[in-house]
Design a protein around this ligand. Structure first.
Ligand SMILES: CC/C=C\CCC/C=C/C(=O)SCCNC(=O)CCNC(=O)[C@H](O)C(C)(C)COP(=O)(O)OP(=O)(O)OC[C@H]1O[C@@H](n2cnc3c(N)ncnc32)[C@H](O)[C@@H]1OP(=O)(O)O
Length: 285
């Protein structure tokens, strides 16, 4: 069994009684799942301190938790993080820098599977973006159907800034949310938007002052499907997203080969090394 179920009070709503499902599959316990007994909605919290970097293990946990939620016929999922300042810092660049090619292939295959699971989820999804959400963090948020963000953080696809060319899946979920021209410019500029600017361009749907308020807004969104037939809802969503999903399923091998070829280029490796150094030295200046 993937999850153990224990009862606990919720950190989100204080009094509402919930079930907490803890991941047993990973020694790092990198995901926490809570199910609200009243609404039936599950909150999936990324829990990989300090900044929820998406390494192979966290990516696999995200995919497995989505599959588990679908099997349990969850009525809605809220994706968030246990951190106070970061939703997800994006891909763990250490997975890309001087990689073992076998692990790099495994890593990108896992990322493809996570994208397929979250972008194509049969269950309604909302992202409660309670902190910074660059690159891979933004991909995860834009896989969801609705985004509520706390103020004074940043979100966007900044890959171009450090020399990475975003693969198709990264563009697709971004393009699904934003007007094409804004998506193209933002990607080419490697732009990170403040919460306010993200709201103005439509990258997020609502702002919330606190995590609790954000949670309630996500719940309100998920409740809009309460009187809708879940099968009709899910098939309608598939009509919008099915082609993107099929394209990746059919092109998975090529996408993987292109990714590995791109990331292992000497020039890209040099840039990734410099970026890691820059991140490490950021606070020392
Ligand atoms: C062909 C391939 C193309 C695309 C692939 C798919 C698309 C996705 C790409 C990505 O996601 S690439 C990653 C992009 N992410 C970023 O650029 C974010 C960089 N990080 C930050 O801006 C900040 O760290 C922060 C997320 C805003 C959090 O700031 P905070 O002050 O809270 O933490 P701090 O900066 O001190 O970081 C803590 C610790 O983590 C290290 N770190 C941060 N981000 C990364 C990262 N993405 N990969 C690896 N390591 C990272 C940082 O150096 C600190 O570690 P240290 O204390 O040991 O130095």
């Amino acid at each position: 069994m993937f999850f153990q179920i224990t009862k606990a009070a919720t950190p989100l709503t204080g009094c509402r009684r919930q079930l907490i499902l803890r991941s047993l599959s990973s020694s790092t316990n990198n995901i926490q799942i809570e199910v609200d007994n009243k609404t039936g909605f599950a909150t999936v919290s990324m829990n990989r301190p300090p900044v929820n970097l998406l390494n192979l293990e966290l990516i696999n946990s995200l995919t497995r938790s989505m599959k588990e939620m679908e099997q349990n016929k969850s009525r809605g999922i809220i994706l968030t993080s246990t951190s106070n300042s970061v939703f997800s810092g994006g891909l763990d660049i250490k997975e890309l820098y001087r990689p073992d090619v076998q692990r790099l292939r495994e890593f990108w295959t896992a990322f493809q599977d996570m994208w397929l699971a979250w972008y194509g989820s049969a269950v309604p999804t909302a992202a409660l973006i309670n902190g910074h959400s660059p690159a891979g963090g933004c991909v995860l948020a834009t896989c969801c159907e609705y985004r509520v963000m706390l103020p004074k953080f940043t979100i966007g696809l900044n890959e171009a800034k450090f020399g990475l060319v975003p693969p198709p899946v990264v563009r697709i979920s971004f393009k699904n949310v934003l007007p094409l021209r804004i998506a193209e410019l933002a990607l080419c500029q490697g732009k990170l938007f403040t919460s306010n600017d993200a709201l103005n361009i439509g990258l997020i749907d609502e702002l919330a002052k606190t995590k609790e308020e954000g949670y309630e807004k996500c719940v309100k969104f998920l409740q809009t499907f309460r009187k809708v037939d879940p099968v009709a809802r899910s098939l309608t969503k598939q009509q919008f997203r099915g082609k993107d999903l099929d394209d990746l399923r059919k092109g998975k091998q090529k996408d993987l080969n292109d990714f590995v070829e791109h990331v292992t280029q000497d020039d890209i490796q040099m840039r990734l090394g410099l970026y890691l150094e820059q991140l490490h030295n950021r606070k020392k200046k």
